[in-house]
Design a protein around this ligand. Structure first.
Ligand code: PAF
Length: 287
């Protein structure tokens, strides 16, 4: 990325990995909290940074739209990018260091690593976005290696992503605590997402139906089997002609595999919905 004078006026915004590493070498490593993001920041990201601020002496945030986790080049092209507004929000939220690198900074060489997380990354987002979680593991492991945080903060909206990152740190034996933070929603229930700003007016008005359906699904789960609930959720979502269900699964919260009954100790209802050109995900605790 060419140097951006507006951003670099802010003393804590780095585009160079080497410069950030040099700064972080001076701080107390056990006090580093890290929030990786792809930018286009909103109140959900702010909540992660504020939580990190409370629990750490140094807060590092990365803003990097990672090309290796996009299986659709069109999606990568249209992903929202708002670096100046992001830098302002991060300053207000109390970040100490912000990394806004180019792709060449993160991947001086192409990353050819192939991770295997068993069944965790083969379902839901993994099944419908081939290569997505391999790209997430590539970039997050690379960012962890740069920042070397003691704690890293992730939002529960990306429920499956958290499971994949836990599997990755176990495989790579990284001494990093993963802190899961609750989903932040708009007043009408829509889970905050950088992609929401890509919704047109009609699809934005339709989108709260997703969370309303998930809440109703919790009630329905008392009278339906998981398979029946899946059919019910899909039909319910599609009562709104602007929404198309990509998947709905009631999964064991640890294995992420579909449950056959409601006996698992924690069960999460996970959904992906196509709203026009925008793909939205959400989830809710069923049990
Ligand atoms: O959740 C995201 O925004 C991204 O997947 C992450 C973790 C920053 C990796 O690019």
């Amino acid at each position: 990325m060419p140097r951006n004078p507006i951003l670099e006026e802010k003393m804590n915004v780095f585009t160079s990995v080497a410069a950030l590493r040099a700064e972080l070498a001076k701080v107390d490593a056990p006090g580093i909290g890290f929030v990786p993001t792809m930018g286009a920041l909103h109140a959900g990201h702010r909540s992660l940074v504020e939580r990190a601020r409370q629990e750490n002496t140094t807060v590092v945030v990365s803003v990097f739209v990672n090309p290796t986790q996009f299986n659709d080049p069109n999606d990568l092209r249209h992903y929202p990018r708002t670096p100046e507004a992001d830098a302002r929000l991060l300053e207000e939220a109390g970040a100490d260091y912000v990394l806004m690198p180019s792709a060449e900074e993160i991947y001086p060489e192409p990353d050819t690593r192939q991770f295997d997380f068993g069944q965790i990354d083969k379902v839901m987002e993994g099944a419908t976005r081939p290569g997505h979680f391999n790209g997430v593991a590539q970039v997050v492991s690379r960012l962890f290696d740069i920042v070397k945080p003691a704690r890293a903060y992730f939002g529960e909206k990306d429920f499956q992503q958290i499971a994949v990152i836990r599997a990755m740190i176990a495989q790579l034996r990284l001494p990093i605590e993963i802190v899961e933070c609750p989903i932040v929603r708009d007043k009408d229930g829509l889970a905050l997402s950088s992609r929401n700003q890509l919704l047109d007016t009609a699809h934005r008005a339709a989108a709260p139906h997703i969370y309303a359906t998930l809440r109703a699904a919790v009630e329905r789960s008392h009278s339906l089997s998981p398979a029946e609930l899946e059919t019910w959720v899909i039909a319910q979502i599609e009562l709104n002609p602007l929404l198309k269900t990509i998947y709905y699964h009631s999964v064991d919260a640890t294995s992420l595999q579909k449950v056959a009954d409601w006996s698992s100790p924690r069960i999460q209802g996970c959904i992906a919905v196509q709203a026009g050109s925008v793909r939205l995900i959400d989830n809710i605790r069923i049990r």
